[in-house]
Design a protein around this ligand. Sequence first.
Ligand code: ATR
Length: 280
Amino acid sequence: MAETVRRAFVCGHPVAHSRSPLIHNYWLRQLGLSGAYERIDVPPEGFPAFLRDFPRMGFVGGNVTLPHKEAAFCLACATDAAARQIGAVNTLWLENGNIHGANTDAPGFLANLDDRAPQWRDAKAATVLGAGGAARAILYALKESGIENIRIVNRTPTRAMELVQGFAPGPSAHPWESLPPLLADTDLLVNTTSLGMGGEGRSDFDLAAMPRHAVVADIVYVPLETPLLRVARLHGLATVDGLGMLLHQAVPGFTRWFGRKPEVTEELRELVIADLEAGK
Ligand code: ATR
């Protein structure tokens, strides 16, 4: 009897821009596996039915992207600790017929930092720009990593306060104006805001006060070098772009669906960069 081809999906709305098919199909080819990874546009009103039906449609699981991550968290039968603290699920799979959900953004972020700037593990103080859904995943990751002093800086201070309340004790909330003094003892600076996305936004970050050993990371990957990363590079600081997080967050899902742990290679990175360039 022919072996059934394992099929996984990425669902979102819109989903045309998703690079996940490129990443997973690269790994399938590289590992010589006969699986498939498909892109499915699911509008919000159709998401509960899609979640119920995907096993019958022949899928073993998949990725969930905007705007369904919170709904996936509410609807999954079981979730991992990261998903519960972040309140969002980006990876689904079946276990004994039940739908399980995980959030792999946080481990993906940490794996990327380990890969590109392993010295970040010595950091004692981290400063995170932004207090939205992405900041929640980064805050979870940093707290899990055991970093002692985490500061959230946001344009709307109340959002920063609400975010840190969910992660008490430890992280503190600060208004945007407090950034300059905080930078002086920041070992790791992470941007989670949409500032710099698509090349837009301010580029007047003054990072001169940062310690020379500091690492500056952005989770935005279009452009690959955001205004923040550019300024950091010009100051001679180590920089980590957002593309690696996208690649590393995909590893746990692939491993579950297809049974092999894939590698984040320079070749894969170049493939996605070429696709981003072509889509400009
Ligand atoms: P996501 O889920 O991707 O994090 P979000 O919840 O809309 O998206 O959050 C976007 C983040 O970018 C917020 O921290 C937002 O700041 P506010 O809470 O003050 O809105 C931040 N942000 C967006 N545009 C910004 C700008 N021009 N200057 C500073 N912060 C900005």
